[in-house]
Ligand binder design. Structure first.
Ligand SMILES: Cc1cc2nc3c(=O)[nH]c(=O)nc-3n(C[C@H](O)[C@H](O)[C@H](O)COP(=O)(O)O)c2cc1C
Length: 307
């Protein structure tokens, strides 16, 4: 057996696999599919200060190489999340990452501060990259806006590592990563969904109620591998900031590519809709791959792609 544990900004994960925000419910709903001690962490769906209905249907549709979603951050709001959902995290055999979203700095602040106080949450992730609400990208598209958000949030998140989930819908993701690290991000998630659109050619209507949504799944994977590598080489490696590579991972090879590109951990989202037990095969495949590479620990392979 290879050593698969990784250190995500001071949080030890049993292995690199992290279930992605919004793809597995609030906390432990996927426990019916497999024993959660087999993965590294679960990320909550993004939680906002007030409850949100999200967008009307259709808000999830399939696509030849993945899916488009325009859920729009539907959630019960932070107070109900803490009272009704978070108790399920007591005794969780993997780590829980709390994902935070909002419309304003104050809204981000109240959820992030509540998560910082919650014993069940190991790390706080700022989703500044949702393409499915009117202003979900207001802090994720310009370095100055991200710096302004982090200047307020960072002092409020004292007990837990602060993660920033970057948008792929920007011209220069390395500049955004640099702004996040300068602002105190202790890990980076690369990345959220790609802004996309689908049209029904008979009715000529948009297939998603909102017109546009976010593309995820295998079709985006090679683009995100390139982004992980760019962010690792451009910022994260020298800053000592770990990356969660997230986008289109369906099998262990996809996960191994992210590790070689510079990721410390690997997220999985859309794959869970195809097979909720897919993470188990990825963990077993990584285990065997590390041994075949002649390594004892998976960490020896982080960023080890040969130029
Ligand atoms: C149905 C659905 C809901 C999502 N909800 C959220 C969310 O609440 N917060 C967030 O940060 N990302 C959300 N995402 C984005 C995923 O966390 C992930 O970044 C993206 O799907 C790319 O990974 P994948 O290709 O493995 O799915 C959602 C994705 C899907 C498919």
């Amino acid at each position: 057996m290879s050593e698969l544990s990784v250190n995500l900004a001071g949080v030890t994960l049993a292995n690199p696999i992290v279930l992605a925000a919004g793809t597995c419910g609030y906390v432990n709903e996927i426990a019916d599919a497999f024993a959660l001690g087999r993965i590294g962490a679960i990320t909550t769906k993004s939680i906002t200060k007030e409850s949100r209905e999200g967008n009307p249907p259709w808000r999830i549709i399939d696509s030849p190489a993945g899916m488009l979603n325009a859920i729009g951050l539907a959630n019960v709001g932070v107070d109900r999340f803490i009272a009704e959902k978070l108790p399920a995290a007591r005794g969780l055999p993997c780590k829980l990452i709390g994902s935070v979203a909002g419309h304003s700095i104050d809204q981000y602040l109240s959820v992030a501060a509540a998560f910082d106080r919650a014993a069940e949450i190991a790390a706080v992730e700022l989703n500044v990259s949702c393409p499915n609400t009117s202003d979900g990208l207001q802090f994720g598209e310009h370095p100055q806006a991200l710096r302004a958000l982090l200047a307020e949030i960072k002092p409020a998140v004292r007990a837990k590592p602060l993660l920033v989930k970057l948008s792929p819908n920007v011209g220069d993701i390395v500049a955004m990563a640099r702004a996040a690290v300068d602002g105190g991000a202790q890990a980076l998630v690369v990345a959220n969904t790609f802004s996309a659109m689908a049209i029904d050619v008979e009715s000529r209507g948009f297939r998603l109620s909102r017109g546009r949504g976010g593309l995820s799944g295998p079709g985006i994977h090679p683009i995100v591998v390139r982004m992980v590598h760019d962010v690792w080489r451009g910022v994260a490696r020298d800053a000592g900031v770990p990356i969660i590579g997230l986008g289109g991972v369906c099998n262990w090879r996809d996960a191994a590519e992210f590790i070689l590109a510079g990721a410390t951990a690997v997220g999985m989202g859309t794959a869970l809709f195809i097979d909720p037990r897919a993470p188990l095969r990825v963990v077993d495949g990584l285990d065997a791959w590390v041994a075949r590479q002649g390594c004892r620990c998976i960490t020896e392979l982080i960023g080890a792609a040969k130029a």
